[in-house]
Design a protein around this ligand. Structure first.
Ligand code: IMP
Length: 477
């Protein structure tokens, strides 16, 4: 729906599971059809991996659109660490010499100060066994200060009294850090916290020096008016989500979530424009599930191991190894599990996803059978907070396919994969419009959306009807 006068639209691409679905590569592919790619939430907790000319590039805050020469905006809903941002700009410049002319930063982006990172460590340490498993990038504490109406924005770095203001905020937080240090029994952790506390002031000064270097090379914009001005010209915006639906602060597996709105409504919120500009929401999911950090994960193989599998852990081990399932931000092994269809359907329904992209199906090469969760024994997933109690019903699905990057069109797909695609579509009620068949940016196959939608509607009445009514008015970006 777009009731605004402007002709342009915002389409949203977001993760439909627990993050790490391969969104970077999908954005990289879709970005060609848009005039601006914008991140709307999160910060350097994300890691969008792209393989460009055989080299692996991980973007943490800069939208992937920059790699295909699209203006790329760090939206108002984000929080960033200026040092990491500056390093990322330097890395991207080694791939794209014009990157600084493409990257735009919203003046209202929240800042992650050195104290926020330190607080993240302290909070996780104090939480003991109840810890969230955060990326320790300062995300939660930075958002807490934003909600508390005292968190600094990027534009505050331009003030003559920026150092005094930020320093005062750091001082406000130091008593809790000192208390944690006093009570800390672990010598290594204590030493780490002491060192970081001692360097808070000099780290803050470095941040401010870097802020001024960034402002020399990157254009800062007023997020809402900038995005509006693009839409007003009839141009389209791709909003690139970070993390995944089940890490959403409101809809996810709270409290084991991140501190931002990762679902589709985060897009207009984080870009400072009306929701009425939104047209289409596309969810990206892996052919299996992974999670890093703590929290409910119904189909997890070998819960309790935190993803530390060895060859005796069967599918968990094979998927992790073949899929390279190691955190791109933290290097932690990702816990692995079967594709959870009820969870996927819940994400589709709640986030208004009208189509899906499936990634990493090639990870199953050489498997005789794969597993799919087709329901829960003890509940319908209607209340997401109960996900931790869900007992999955897992079905075996005969496989034996080899998926290769030589496959270029829908016609090249083996019949088992077509059957799997249909099965997933029938379950979740929306079509799969792209599949990724290998790690490189070109290893994707687009599936014809309108025919898939028609077939889906013909096959299913309830779900299919819902999907088509959401979508017939819109066309792809
Ligand atoms: P935080 O966002 O660093 O506070 O971490 C909160 C939870 O979200 C932890 O379980 C993290 O592992 C998880 N998380 C944060 N960012 C990502 C991501 O980009 N991919 C997957 N998990 C993430």
């Amino acid at each position: 729906m777009n009731t605004n006068r402007s002709k342009g639209h915002i389409d949203v691409l977001l993760g439909a599971q627990w993050g790490d679905e391969g969104k970077g590569k999908v954005t990289d592919n879709y970005a060609y059809g848009y005039d601006l790619v914008a991140r709307y939430q999160g910060g350097p907790n994300a890691g969008h991996t792209l393989i460009v000319d055989g080299k692996t590039l991980v973007l943490h805050v800069i939208p992937s659109g920059v790699m295909v020469d699209k203006p790329s905006l760090l939206g108002e809903g984000m929080v960033i660490d200026l040092l990491m941002f500056f390093e990322e700009i330097k890395t991207v410049l080694t791939y794209k010499s014009n990157a600084t002319s493409l990257i735009k930063i919203s003046r209202g982006v929240g800042l992650i100060l050195p104290v926020h990172k330190l607080l993240d460590h302290v909070n996780e340490y104090l939480a003991g066994v109840g810890k969230i498993g955060s990326t320790l990038r300062g995300i939660g504490p930075a958002y807490e200060d934003q909600t508390g109406r005292r968190g600094p924005k990027y534009q505050d770095t331009f003030r003559h009294d920026a150092y005094e203001r930020f320093s005062k905020l750091q001082d406000r937080h130091t008593p809790i850090i000192k208390d944690a240090i006093d009570g800390c029994q672990d010598a290594e952790v204590k030493n780490f916290l002491v060192q970081k506390l001692d360097s808070l002031d000099s780290d803050l000064r470095t941040h401010l020096q870097v802020a001024s270097k960034i402002s020399d090379i990157i254009e800062d914009v007023d997020c809402g008016s900038y995005v509006e001005s693009i839409l007003a010209k009839g141009r389209n915006v791709l909003a690139e989500g970070a993390q995944g639906f089940f890490l959403d602060h409101a809809y996810g597996t709270y409290p084991y979530v991140t501190s931002s709105i990762t679902s589709a409504l985060g897009a207009p919120l984080g870009l400072g424009v009306s929701w009425t500009h939104m047209r289409k929401v596309v969810g990206v999911f892996k052919a299996y599930c992974t999670r890093v950090g703590k929290g409910p994960f119904p189909t997890e193989y070998f819960p309790g191991l935190d993803g530390h599998y060895d060859p005796s852990h069967g599918l968990g081990y094979l998927i992790q190894k073949r899929g390279g399932e190691v955190g791109s931000t933290t290097g932690r092994p990702r816990q692995c599990g079967a594709l959870d269809l009820p969870a996927l359907r819940y994400a589709v329904k709640t986030s208004g996803m009208s189509a899906l992209v499936m990634t990493k199906i090639d990870v199953f090469n050489g498997f005789d059978e794969i597993e799919l969760c087709v329901g829960y024994k003890n509940m319908e997933l209607d209340i997401f907070r109960r996900m931790g109690e869900a007992k999955p019903i897992v079905e075996k699905f005969r496989w034996g396919c080899e998926i290769t990057s030589k496959m270029k069109t829908e016609d090249d797909l083996p019949s088992r994969l077509r059957t799997l695609i249909q099965k997933i579509e029938d379950y979740v009620g929306v079509p799969i419009i792209m599949i990724s068949v290998g790690p490189n940016r070109d290893d994707v196959i687009s599936l014809d959306e309108s025919s898939r939608r028609k077939c889906l509607t013909a096959r299913t009445s309830g779900n299919g009807e819902h999907a088509s009514s959401l979508f017939t008015a819109s066309s792809g970006g």
